[in-house]
Write a protein that binds this ligand. Structure first.
Ligand SMILES: O=C(O)CCC(=O)C(=O)O
Length: 487
């Protein structure tokens, strides 16, 4: 094995240190790196982090987050002829190279652990905290593997996808209440089938209520960390939860967002747990939550109709009454249903191309009503491209959640979406996620199942979802996939 002439720093070593015991138990490859083919001829001094691509498991990322500079590590990789030839190596190969060097270069385990702990503590405090402390580079903890970064070129279209802006279908809520209802219902069905998203305008919620909600969310995130920290909790069932990233206990790579989650139903029991600062927070958030819930119920009514559940050909008046009763029953369930409000804060990011505000995910729930400020960031997956949703001031972006996809037996689509960050502006969004009560079972609507359209999903409930996200990565559409019937 070739020895290196250039010293490797202790912090470089930290990322790759494994004890002989742990190595013996590990699988052959827990992660790998590759120097991008177009960079393989670069001299070592010209190489930088963007020139290597990682295919790594979260365990590997965890190890890697302990490493401050990869420079001398790169040198190790590129100077090893065998590796340079293949342009790739696996994690164990790295370890072997490092262990072949002077033992004196290995950092004592306690210092390495202290170093790691102090960085981890910073990350757990969130990105607002990092930004307020004048961070100039995105720490490794937030750097996505090259293939998952936001401006990856789509092989099929060869477009840099973040340049595509999308005008989502627009549903005029006031038209739904008038003589054009049936045309609007057709547009609603088409939007839910083909985009999984639409923008809702003229919804009737006063602009003041909406702008106050965005404003008070901003003011909450501007509070000192010591105040926000009071609401931090690892308990998914907590009525109020402040946190960072997507799932900060599981995420290998963190994303660039902080959030405040508020459970909204039953409101009288939960309100005393909500933040009491800023002083007007509860008043403004409650007002908003109630208005959005009402709007959601009106939308569900329209969605049930758009699915053809209420206007099937009636032979008798009795049939009509039966339909109406069924609809009332479903709406009653939703009235008692779950509502979760998520306030998202995306501070400016010094290197927005390396990370995401939120990873690709679909929403658990029936419908999400999203309020975004004037700063772009939301992208949805449409025809295999990531396209940016143009904000329309005062409107809602509404999307189909996993439960509605299940309920409609796959006719309406719960579509992947993600959030980009930028280097200039804070972005605030408020998502309101609605569904049936937490204890209810979600299943395809029996009226939408037939011999020609057999049941496509198994029953599910909230407890199953919680178990799922505790044990694995809940991003992508993996939860929904796990509910699909294969035959
Ligand atoms: O901030 C956004 O635009 C999207 C937020 C989102 O997807 C979520 O809260 O699940």
């Amino acid at each position: 094995m070739k020895r290196l002439n250039t010293p490797v720093t202790a912090s470089d070593m930290g990322a790759l240190f494994l004890t002989a015991n742990s190595v013996a138990k590990r699988p052959a490859s827990i992660g790998s790196v590759r120097i991008l083919p177009e960079c393989s001829e670069k001299s070592v001094s010209k190489l930088n982090l963007d020139d290597i691509e990682e295919f790594s498991t979260s365990e590997f990322q965890h190890q890697r987050s302990m490493c401050r500079s990869k420079k001398s590590l790169l040198k190790t990789i590129v100077e090893e002829p065998q590796i340079r030839g293949n342009c790739s190596t696996d994690f164990l190969k790295w370890k072997e190279l490092l262990l072949s060097m002077s033992p004196g270069m290995v950092m004592p385990e306690e210092s390495r652990k202290a170093d790691y702990d102090s960085l981890e503590t910073q990350y757990q405090k969130g990105v607002k905290h990092l930004y307020d402390n004048g961070i100039e580079h995105v720490p490794r903890k937030y750097i996505l593997p090259a293939s998952e970064r936001p401006n990856v070129v789509n092989e099929r279209s060869r477009d840099a996808t973040h340049h595509i802006n999308l005008k989502l279908p627009i549903i005029d809520f006031s038209e739904l209440q008038g003589p054009n209802r049936s045309q609007v219902l057709t547009s609603l069905a088409s939007a839910c089938e083909n985009y999984g998203f639409f923008q809702l305008v003229n919804h009737g919620i006063p602009y003041e209520i909406i702008s106050n909600m965005v404003d008070v969310s901003k003011r909450f995130f501007e509070l000192p960390f010591s105040e926000r920290e009071k609401y931090m909790s690892a308990d998914m069932g907590s009525p109020v939860r402040y946190g960072t990233s997507y799932n900060q206990t599981n995420d290998g790579v963190f994303c660039w967002r902080d959030f405040l989650k508020l459970v909204c139903h039953p409101l009288p029991d939960l309100l005393p747990h909500w933040p009491s600062s800023p002083l007007d927070f509860r008043k403004l958030a409650v007002r908003y939550a109630k208005e959005v819930k009402f709007l959601f119920l009106m939308l569900v009514d329209a969605i049930l109709e758009s699915l053809g559940l209420m206007n099937k050909k009636k032979t008798t008046e009795k049939d009509e009454d039966k339909d109406e009763d069924e609809k009332k029953e479903i709406l009653k369930e939703f009235e008692d249903g779950s509502q979760l409000m998520v306030m998202n804060c995306y501070p400016p990011c010094p290197q927005p191309d390396l990370t995401l505000g939120m990873p690709p995910h679909s929403d658990y729930g029936f419908l999400t009503l999203l309020l975004q400020d004037e700063v772009k960031g939301l992208q949805i997956q449409h025809k295999e491209n990531w396209v940016t949703v143009e904000p329309i001031p005062g409107s809602f972006v509404v999307n189909v959640g996993d439960h509605l996809e299940i309920f409609s037996n796959g006719r309406y689509k719960s579509v992947l979406h993600r959030v980009l960050v930028n280097s200039m502006n804070y972005r605030i969004s408020v998502a309101s996620l609605h569904s049936l009560p937490f204890k209810s079972t979600v299943q395809p609507c029996p009226k939408l199942i037939s011999e020609t359209n057999p049941r496509r999903y198994m029953d599910t409930d909230f407890a199953t979802f919680l178990d799922y996200i505790k044990s694995r990565d809940a991003t992508k559409k993996s939860f929904l996939q796990s509910r699909k019937l294969t035959s």
